[in-house]
Design a binder for this molecule. Sequence first.
Ligand SMILES: [Zn+2]
Length: 243
Amino acid sequence: MSDLRFMQMALQMAERNLGQVWPNPAVGAIIVKDGAVVGQGATARGGRPHAETEALKQAGEKARDATMYVTLEPCNHQGGTPPCTGAIIDAGIVRCVVACGDSNPKVNGAGVAALKQLNCRLSGLEERSPQRVVCDRSGRITAEKNLWVLAEKSPEDVLKTLAEKGVTRVLVEAGKTLSTAFFHSGCVDKIYWFRAPKLIGEDGLSGVGSGFAAELASASHFKRERLLQLGDDTLEVLCSAAS
Ligand SMILES: [Zn+2]
């Protein structure tokens, strides 16, 4: 199997705990020796342990002289856990394929630099990893590595600009104004609606803007696809009939 296939497996691992690993990013790691997967790991719920150390634990001694595929640059700093680069080196991994550099200023190239001393390499797979985008029309946020800042005025223009950059799937995580604008633009395929069993009443801020809830409840072309209980909260997934 090619590097790309193994990285796809690592990306699938990364999705396993997606949404449950805050404050850390959802990362996946696969360890391959002689063409066989000997270890796999995903960032655990709550953000720790990291995917790399999980995969190393599973591989044990088989990690020696093996290749690691990891979806994000391994950390090289002492955080809540010891740096993963140290664990990778100690385990005897001889090659490390990384899909995407980490823009976190604590990492930002340092992880890859540490691994390069071991003949590890950064492959050109950046385009397969999520790209962070911020919509900011007032120029308060400056663009940086792995962060695009868009000043477009409408959801249609935002999506057009992203499409020109080759982005085909977008997850909008927004407050009332932007999420409502996207909803009314007709460009939304799916809505992930989280609800907590709390009544805040008139002191609360509305999560959605005018017309959103009424339209959703009445002649909406959105149909419920799934209803999940997540602890005390519920997640309702609504799917557009047009998509
Ligand atoms: Zn780490």
